[in-house]
Design a protein around this ligand. Sequence first.
Ligand SMILES: [Mg+2]
Length: 231
Amino acid sequence: MHTEQTLLFDADDTLWENNIYFEQAITAFISYLDHRVHTSEEVREHLNHCERATIAEFGYGLKSFQRSLVACFEQLSDGPMTAEKHERIVSFARSIADREIELLPSVDETLRALKSRHTLYLVTKGNLEEQTDKLERSGLAPYFAGVEVLAEKNPAAYAELVSRHKLETAKTWMIGNSPKSDINPSLAIGLNAIFIPHDFTWVLEHEVVEQPRGESRLLELGSFVELLGHF
Ligand SMILES: [Mg+2]
């Protein structure tokens, strides 16, 4: 793209690893629960159900994840919750907060090159404090003209962002790993989108990628560095 474009970047599992830490915590949780009636898959399925309910009430973030683990444990475990069990469950969620930020391959140098030609924004969802802290620790903050932490990434939220920053939809691209949060809602309001799948995308983000309508364009790339071939 020869003319200057506006590139909106998702953060978790697009710029840095995220979901694998949750998966590790969930595996530890399931093994701690050691359920005699339900299989691991059934516990996992029930946890997804708990997560949907918690997110609807409290939004995204580690505190919500912790609530979901506690709720799942209480609903599936035979014995009563004790202070000791509670502390153990909380430790699974807390282990995620302690992880170093692990950038995905070529992210730093790709963003640096793109910033010299285009305007970059970070557009993530989740808990404001947690996401801001991760960006700070990632060292990537200087590449972005602005940072948006949305409560939910749906068409209305993207439309509001586009109007507030006075972005030109034909020259604006949302780049991310989630069909549900990055690609489909952007295409729905006429933005362009770049889908960069991650092997371990969170199941709650799974959705069929919709085809663009009208003037919107959609590309699928195998890796982050391939952005340089298009911008
Ligand atoms: Mg993501």
